[in-house]
Write a protein that binds this ligand. Structure first.
Ligand SMILES: Nc1nc(=O)c2c([nH]1)NC[C@@H]1CN(c3ccc(C(=O)N[C@@H](CCC(=O)O)C(=O)O)cc3)CN21
Ligand SMILES: CC(C)C(=O)C(=O)O
Ligand SMILES: [Mg+2]
Length: 266
């Protein structure tokens, strides 16, 4: 996979992305054959225990991008730029984006935002950093939105989304994530730009889909967004497994003869 192949898949074959945050899961999703792995800033809520994505730092993201790279040496990896790593100044943004490639081992970065980020994105691409855009519900702006709401419900916001998508394409992004955009608007955007759209909660007509790993695997029993699908219930499976371990230590069933080292034996 590379950015040109990504672009060439538009309209031909659905593009499959999923998030991963560590080496063992990166190995699993890579072996399952996803087209790319997103090291999301949703690291903050899914792995670090925060309630939103805002606390993720550059150092967090680099450390976990490195872990994903070690678990999936040949995967196409996209690093998600965390809150305030690219909003303060263009120079700082380019340096931080570059860290994902130089230190993290990522192949590209993603950042949230519309046409006002087009000049920055153009500079990044001209500097040799492939950029994925992210429009619609941009979780780093949850405090401005006042919640996680569907985007593009009226004519004005739908038009703004379309204009933003065209501005990002013009700036040189290789793909655009559309998050929680009403299906009709996501379809229109998909038909109006020449780069692939990757949907999450944005319906059936995007060029690809991205899902949060912990949602797909059912690792969070408390919450599942309406747009997500649980393909397994790892919370229950894990709970059952560890409960059995607890029980077996207490009953001295574990460790058993096969787990022990003895004098003169093996
Ligand atoms: N585990 C996880 N899954 C995600 O999809 C995800 C993250 N984390 N973190 C980053 C963002 C935040 N996202 C979110 C967060 C909350 C809702 C939510 O509260 N949805 C409600 C209400 C939707 C509505 O207003 O209609 C839902 O029931 O889906 C949705 C997406 C999507 N992203
Ligand atoms: C939901 C995806 C697109 C994301 O940005 C993340 O996981 O951080
Ligand atoms: Mg994100």
């Amino acid at each position: 996979m590379n950015v040109q192949k990504f672009i060439s898949m538009k309209g031909k074959q659905p593009i499959v992305l999923i998030t991963a945050y560590d080496a063992p899961f990166a190995r699993i999703v890579n072996e399952a054959g996803v087209d790319a792995i997103l090291v999301g800033d949703s690291l903050a809520n899914n792995v670090l225990g925060f309630s939103d994505t805002l606390p993720a730092t550059m150092d967090d993201m680099i450390r976990h991008t490195q872990a994903v790279r070690r678990g999936a040496p040949d995967a196409f990896i996209i690093g998600d730029m965390p809150f305030l790593s690219y909003q303060c100044s263009q120079d700082e943004a380019i340096r931080n984006a570059g860290r994902f490639l130089k230190e993290g081992g990522a192949n590209a970065v993603k950042l949230e935002g519309g046409s006002s980020f087009a000049p920055l994105i153009r500079r990044m691409v001209e500097s040799g950093i492939p950029v994925m855009g992210h429009l619609g519900l941009t979780p780093q702006s949850v405090n401005v939105f006042g919640g996680y709401r569907v985007q593009g419900k009226d004519e004005n916001t739908a038009r703004k989304l379309l204009e933003d998508a065209k501005a990002l394409e013009e700036a040189g992004v290789f793909a655009i994530v559309l998050e929680m955009v009403v299906e009709e608007v996501a379809k229109q955007i998909t038909e109006s730009v020449n780069v692939p759209t990757i949907g999450i909660g944005s319906g059936r007509y995007c060029d690809g889909q991205v899902l949060v790993l912990h949602d797909a695997l059912g690792l969070n029993p408390a919450f599942l967004p309406k747009f997500a699908k649980r393909y397994a219930n790892l919370y229950e499976i894990s709970l059952k497994a560890i409960s059995q371990y607890v029980e077996e230590v207490r009953t001295r069933e574990f460790p058993s003869e096969e787990n022990v080292f003895r004098l003169g034996g093996n």
